[in-house]
Design a protein around this ligand. Structure first.
Ligand SMILES: [Zn+2]
Length: 275
């Protein structure tokens, strides 16, 4: 099994998990290629809150959504704040945040639903996109794991929330961890190191890697570990090996932008909908 990129009919790229059944879900991860936004948002920036021209973002969103078979007004998207709030959405929330950031679901870093054809969309630049597919109860989820959310165990909490809302059992849940900053590039300092040791007392030595006198955090592994802890079988978890910072020609990366002395960059999007 592996994460792969597929060319779409309207000439974009779409990242996908080979384990997700195509008859059950529609999903995709965007790249930064093929949009209309100008530097430093070049070019397929899908976030309205980063200072890009809204008309460009809307054009980009429409193009990406069309590639996956949806309209702009279909999506539900939150205002992500690096917290651990998980919110269940249904038909009543269709369109929230689709063309106006103020209308997005407030202060939420994970969405879950069992409503068919309701695409959940979250935005990322280095943080970890975590996809959830409950193949038995037909439900999906999508979480945003930056260092704060990851150390607050948002991935594990999303699964537990899906359990209480939909009866999701860990063994029936497929997980996809999409491109995000790798342990190759994610250097961290004091506060993050301390919080990581607190959150993962038994595993921090595997998560905090020393190299050349610096310390790097393995965010993807931290998400995998917390999902294993709540009972997801390892075989159900598919992890992309693309590092957004190493491959910043393909993906927006906050760290890669900083290295170029850019204080702003765009966002890729992760999207999932039940069929
Ligand atoms: Zn890297």
């Amino acid at each position: 099994m592996s994460y792969f990129l597929r060319r779409t009919e309207n000439n974009l790229w779409r990242g996908m998990f080979s384990t997700f059944p195509e008859d059950l879900v529609t999903h995709g991860v965007s790249t930064r290629i093929g949009g209309v936004s100008k530097e430093p948002f070049d070019s397929l920036n899908l976030a309205l809150h980063v200072g890009d021209e809204p008309t460009d973002v809307i054009a980009n969103r429409k193009k990406f959504l069309r590639a996956l078979g949806f309209k702009l007004s279909d999506i539900v998207t939150p205002n992500q704040v690096h917290g651990d709030k998980i919110f269940r959405v249904d038909e009543n929330y269709r369109g929230c945040g689709c063309n106006n950031y103020a209308d997005s679901i407030p202060e939420t870093d994970a969405l879950i639903t069992d409503t068919p054809e309701l695409p959940l969309m979250l935005c990322f630049a280095d943080c970890v996109p975590i996809f959830f597919v409950d193949t038995e109860n037909r439900a999906v989820g999508l979480a945003h794991g930056g260092w704060k959310g990851t150390l607050k165990k948002i991935a594990a909490k999303t699964l537990l929330k899906m359990n209480s809302e939909f009866g999701t059992r860990p063994q029936d849940c497929l997980i996809g961890i999409a491109p995000s900053i790798g342990v190759c590039c994610y250097e961290v300092g004091g506060v993050v190191i301390d919080k990581c040791k607190e959150a993962f007392p038994d595993d921090h030595e595997r998560l905090l890697i020393q190299r050349d006198g610096k310390i790097f955090l393995d965010l993807q592994l931290a998400n995998v570990i917390q999902l294993l802890e709540v009972g997801v079988p390892e075989k159900n978890i598919e992890v992309s090996n693309h590092c957004t910072c190493c491959t910043s020609d393909w993906y927006f990366s906050y760290r890669a932008a900083q290295k170029k002395n850019l204080d702003r960059t765009g966002r890729i999007a992760a999207l999932i909908a039940l069929k």
